[in-house]
Design a protein around this ligand. Sequence first.
Ligand SMILES: [Zn+2]
Length: 470
Amino acid sequence: MKVVVVGIDGASWDPILPYIQQGMYPGFAKFLNEGLHGPLLSTIPYITQPGWKSYSMGRNPGKMGVYFWSKIDWKNMKIKNINSLGFHGKDYWDILSDSGKRVAIIDMPSTFPPKKVNGVMLSGIPHGEGTWVYPEEFEKNIPTSYVKEQIHLFNRNENPEQTMDGIEKEVQSRFEMAESLWNNDLIHLSITMNDHVSHFMWDNENIMKRNFKVNDEGISRILSKNKDGYTLLMSDHGNGPIEDEFYANEYLAKEGLLAKKEAKNPMLSRESVVNFGKKTGLYKVARSLPDGMQVRIVKRIKDLDSSMEFEIERLIDWKESKVLALDEGLFYVNPMFIEEKDQIVEDLTKRLKSLKSKTNKQVFKQVMRGEEVYWGQYLSEAPDVVAITNEIYHQRFQLSGHLWATDIPEKKMAYRTRQVAHHRIKGIFGLIGPGISPKPITASIYDLAPTILKIFNCEIPPDMDGKPLI
Ligand SMILES: [Zn+2]
């Protein structure tokens, strides 16, 4: 039996459905006409890192020990990035590997450094130093068309149609890699480019259609090749339009819960770095170079850019701050204030619940304690307060100097374009295969690993949080 999982980062049914009704996108349509299909409820927060791994581990963040891209290290006053080594437990393909099945895992985020599998793993973002492919010698088989990280990004003052030309090639390279690894029992491929397109081009109909089309062509090829096996369509989370972005730590500072300080040796400001990139046209230059060199240069700019995001480490007074937020409504109380913790949590919850936006709308639709959202052996590392934003808002943790993204002057945006869409909890789900009849269902992201293990007649670990869908 063969199982092919096509994972499209940030995909939802909502924006595709009107086109399917017009007879477009036969690959996506096939799941609606022939398979189990419907929304896939992601984990909380519904973002890439915990999202993908909730799928592959079949467990909630409280059991994986990872809630975000990074974690707060109060003792060393750092916000530390997390890679694949930060997750506790097994991915379902480890169980398949142990039972002798051959697996190919292509570009799934949070798989760097790559782990040993019975097959091949091409790890996904974020990458670090060292080999990104298992087995290492497989790297020489990778065609130059498969660039390890997305290098075509929508930047200000550049023609989005041209950027999309590059993104189409990147998407095609993932499907081509899946086809070239067809002799495996399980093939998982992630198409991460869809999320970037959604964030920045949601309101650009032509770009969105080109993006659906290139994904649909890949899906159609997979479906026509995998006639006797199972094909699973999924995403780590969905996307939908937003009106604004809320800067939570600026809010905490305003409320006296976070103390800012002047950095003693300020690094280059984020603004000066992005302006440098813009002025010198580094992105454009990078794209005219051979692939290998492009990757190195674009990655360097991205590293420089993301390192600026962590300038927050130097801009806050760690001893005087009672609360620190990460993205997506994750609030952590400083352990130095443990005795006041219950009071701080209660007070913060009350404030967040009543918080209104500039246009007098509720900023958060639900504010809960960490233990109400998560369960498992790593619950002690969970955020103390989890605030789910009203879906028209996205919440960021950087210190921008402004409470709302729409307050940031255009000149400060440098090469960046504003995000017009952000994540939704409802992703995309479809499953076609032997014995399956068309039926709408609502699936949980935790159900996918048990479903795949059942297809392969492997034992489902009892502590997985989902159940088989067939
Ligand atoms: Zn994602």
